[in-house]
Design a protein around this ligand. Sequence first.
Ligand code: SF4
Length: 501
Amino acid sequence: MLPKTETGMSEKTLSRPISTHPFDDDKLREECGIFGATGVSEASSFVALGLHALQHRGQEAGGIVSYEPSEGFSSVRRFGLVRDNFTREDVMAAVPGDLAIGHVRYSTAGSKGQTQIRDVQPFFGEFSMGGAAIAHNGNITNADALRRELIDLGSIFQSGSDSECIIHLMARSLQKTIPERMKDALRRVEGAFSVVAMTRTKLIGVRDPLGVRPLVLGRIGNEGWALASETCALDIIGADFEREIDPGEMVVIENDKVTSHRPFETRKSRFCIFEHVYFSRPDSQLNGRSVYETRSAIGAELAKEAPVDADLVCPVPDSGTPAAIGFSQESGIPYAMGIIRNQYMGRTFIEPTEQIRNMGVRLKLNVNRALIKGKRVILVDDSVVRGTTSRKIKEMILDAGAAEVHFRIASPPTAWPCFYGVDTPQREKLLAATMSEEEMRHHLGVTSLKFISLDGLYRAVGEKSGRNAKEPQYCDACFSGEYPVTPSDQIEKGFMLKAAE
Ligand code: SF4
């Protein structure tokens, strides 16, 4: 039986916001956050709170699936923010039970086409042994080939999402239980995946063999468990962080018992290094250390590698803030809030007019003129993608009377697209793909421009001897062009790997 959806809701009745980031297309965007809870009454409320804490990982749409014995599976999928949908009593009443999973997603209109409500996860499948729902964070790099194969075999796809392949692969498995079918399916899948899934009785979490995307386990009180993309989502529900799910591990939680399985060949971990730089929330923990602390260490390393004589260190808020603090502490140059972010920008101008669009970043960021005037300013940002926002910020700082503007960037030049669950512009749109550092400095019109080195970034995240060139400890493909999983669908579409250029 298919899961119940809200009465009277059809795809047409669900409204779609134009964009939650109408002025901020100059950042890489994590595409998904996932959360699951079991062993607690009204599990979907825990999931909604968890997804709210993970909203930075996806703002376009969200969904929750729950199970309650008398109701069976139920689901709600909506465009928009968690706080606008999953706080309503009628919506939450539609997903009862003590077992639930959820998903928030971000996807660009344009590059991948507009998201339809049927693309919003969790996805659900009915099997002979009962139903299962899955929510996926990451990207399947052989999804096109799998989809062709599955369609040839008779599968009927309902969405444009690569994640739906997992459900169809599970349907074709001959295994007797859903966890075994999931293992079969995920062994066919290449790329990056962290998955939370549920059956009528089990909450399941899996990470791909390289552990590219994060997934953590938390304890809710004495009887409940949670799985989440980040620890900040455990904090919001008062759950205790137990541990990270290991790369290549599957955990199955049933009747308050957690069992661990290793369905894949053992591989060396290649966690996404950009999670440390930008994607994860600064109050989350990664590898036993707070993300804030790591970002501050990145700023300190940057100050050692690229010192400059100046009067003030200012972050590009909010993502550059911890690195700017680290830069200031290491260099001894005073830290100042030279740029102020309007926290209420949000969805105010949901359909911006051309005139408002032209105001661009000024709607979101404003320069603290009294501080900046006549000063030599070091601006610290997490990354440069297209460079459009960096140029505008530099203009604002110079307009405010700064004597010099020095950009210091807390990641190496982003010169390659990500194919593992992060929305990146095509390679030719990445500033660092087409320009040298000096050309970028000239293009941005700043007094000086320096990026942290790849080795420096590795040192800052805790790898004392830097990057192991033969066996890198992280995925850093967007900086190095060395992809730990061959992006086979992309190569088929004409993407050239570094060696082939
Ligand atoms: S390519 Fe970059 S953003 Fe993508 S997983 Fe690797 S390090 Fe992370």
